[in-house]
Design a protein around this ligand. Structure first.
Ligand code: C2E
Ligand code: MG
Ligand code: MG
Ligand code: MG
Length: 275
């Protein structure tokens, strides 16, 4: 009896494993086709300053899967990183964001908006990355200061000298950098001052309980103080409640993003936020 149960367990385990492998392979295949067919759409999440005005937006990619509908990046960005598809997807995102900035230039309401684009490590380390961004800026004739790149600390792990050099080239051309998910990585503070950043983005895991947990409040206060000393602006992500906003503002935070203000939305809905 016990032996039989053990056998069944083993078989269930094998079946589960096989199912997972098949699903993964299907996802990789679908993703490759999605790249060829550009089945992606960019949503925008507004970023607000202390006057509660929108000064820009974070660009968040979504996959319009022909059968499954809208898929969030949590389900496919890591896979695209592993397969390398992120390089092509990333190019499409940068291209599309630049086109958007260009189309806003004729409109008083939108012409100063800054778009923040997430860049994953594999995409950043691709040898064509710097040239691609520079060429896109030239091709679309956009103001490079309207382009912000969100990078993470993990990008520095491989080769900090190369990363610094690439950042410097883009910074020189006017593009700015924000350090995303700050506080969650393995960063040493010594390189923080070497990076040509303009902004720190406090991770939402610290924002979530900032108004309830003393430890989180202390951490956030410390991050803001550190940013001030390094001459960086600070944006808080994942702001969902008024209490968080009040406290963050009191601590000296400069900018905010989160469901309290607006969710990530399609372009037309984003533009409606300005009426
Ligand atoms: P992230 O860059 O840290 O983006 C913030 C995530 O938090 C977004 O999830 C956003 O929708 C979500 N969020 C915003 N406000 C709130 C809030 O008030 N509460 C909560 N609970 N969540 C909030 P999303 O769009 O699913 O993106 C997840 C991650 O996928 C991003 O984290 C980023 O690392 C990656 N990602 C998204 N778009 C891109 C992209 O275009 N390229 C690359 N390479 N990665 C991307
Ligand atoms: Mg981000
Ligand atoms: Mg983030
Ligand atoms: Mg995050």
């Amino acid at each position: 009896q016990a032996k039989l149960a053990g056998k069944n367990r083993q078989r269930n385990f094998d079946v589960d494993m096989q199912k997972q492998v098949e699903e993964r392979l299907a996802l990789e295949g679908d993703l490759r086709r999605a790249v060829q067919k550009s089945q992606f759409v960019l949503h925008l999440q507004a970023q607000y300053n202390n006057d509660r005005r929108i000064f820009g937006a974070e660009v968040l990619v979504r996959w319009l899967h022909p059968q499954r509908g809208l898929i969030l990046p949590g389900e496919f960005i890591a896979v695209a990183e592993e397969t390398g598809d992120i390089v092509e997807i990333g190019k499409w995102i940068i291209e599309t964001a630049c086109r958007q900035l260009k189309s806003w230039q004729g409109n008083e309401k939108f012409r100063n908006l800054v778009l923040a684009i997430n860049v994953s490590p594999r995409q950043f380390h691709d040898q064509s990355f710097v040239d691609f961004v520079s060429e896109a800026i030239t091709r679309w004739q956009i103001d490079p200061t309207l382009l912000k790149l969100e990078i993470t600390e993990s990008l520095m792990l491989d080769n900090i000298e190369v990363a610094l050099e690439k950042m410097a080239m883009l910074r020189e051309s006017g593009v700015s950098f924000s350090l995303d998910d700050f506080g969650t990585g393995y960063s040493s503070l010594s390189y923080l001052k070497r990076l040509p950043l303009s902004q720190l983005k406090i991770d939402q895991s610290f924002v979530r309980d900032v108004a309830r947990e003393k430890n989180d409040a202390t951490l956030v206060r410390t991050i803001i103080g550190m940013a001030e000393n390094l001459n960086l602006s600070v944006i808080a992500e994942g702001v969902e409640e008024e209490a968080q906003l009040h406290l963050l503002a009191k601590m000296g935070c400069h900018a905010y993003q989160g469901y309290f203000f607006s969710r990530p939305v399609a372009l037309t809905e984003f533009e409606q936020l300005f009426v």
